[in-house]
Design a protein around this ligand. Sequence first.
Ligand code: AMP
Ligand code: MN
Ligand code: MN
Ligand code: MN
Length: 301
Amino acid sequence: MGSASATSRPGRRADLHCHSTVSDGLLDPDVLAQRAHDNGVELWSLTDHDELSGLAQARQAANALGMPFLTGVEISVTWASKTLHVVGLGIDETEPLLKEGLANLRRGRVERAHQMADKFESLGYPGVFEGALAFAGNPDLISRTHFARHLVDTGQAKNMQAVFDRFLKDDGPAFVPTKWATLEQALAWIHAAQGVAVIAHPGRYSYSELQFDALFSEFKDLGGLAIEVNTGSHQPWQFKTYAAVAKRYGFLASCGSDFHGAKESRCDLGQVPVLHPELTPVWHTPALREQLQGVAADLFQ
Ligand code: AMP
Ligand code: MN
Ligand code: MN
Ligand code: MN
């Protein structure tokens, strides 16, 4: 035991990042809740891209299973001309500023999807808009993932990664640059909704070292509190890298699978390794602690 309170704190099977059919995941929110519970998740959040409409069902299912739940969203941001994802945790999903901001973000997606389909057509792949749309559970949220699924399903690509590598990665021949929210807007919406802002999977962005430093500093100045350290979107060797970043900048640490579907995701719900004991988990911040204390006091032992 010894100094157990310090060492046992983060050792919780938390999964604070995943996607349902409301954005680009393959399972409905209640099915995800069941899967998370079956996999031993002790604290769960649903974080669909730019959309809150799965949260009511997710919460209801999590409550019925007795699994502590936090609301969540993954907001698309453009920073230094590249896409960055910011997760908001513990947000009040009825907050008008957040709801309107996300509704505005979603509005551009259908037009962008038509432009991507035009590019695919000129590359010799017709009918891709209709194909992608058929995979989108929520047409407002049509995303690159749905294009990739269509091309794999029709045998035109061997897997999702191949579609991204060949066509859809940033600067790929079918990629259409989009202006998402600014970092300032995303954090203003999250904070208006009394949530906590988390930089999602920092290891996935191709910023320079100088840019990363500017990003982390700006995020902190805007009231951002945490970064994802252990995520299914990092290679395992990156867990250490971002644990060091969290310590260096004084960020809390979050963890999540970024699960989209069984065959597609590197990491299933609840399978991401627990946070290193020297990190302070994001759910220890007062705003989240207050929401959880009544239902999951053991998370703080
Ligand atoms: P969008 O919001 O339309 O730009 O689509 C972004 C989504 O594409 C991400 O949330 C991931 O689910 C997916 N994605 C991005 N890069 C890759 C990749 N290399 N392999 C598979 N999926 C990816
Ligand atoms: Mn996604
Ligand atoms: Mn993401
Ligand atoms: Mn995600």
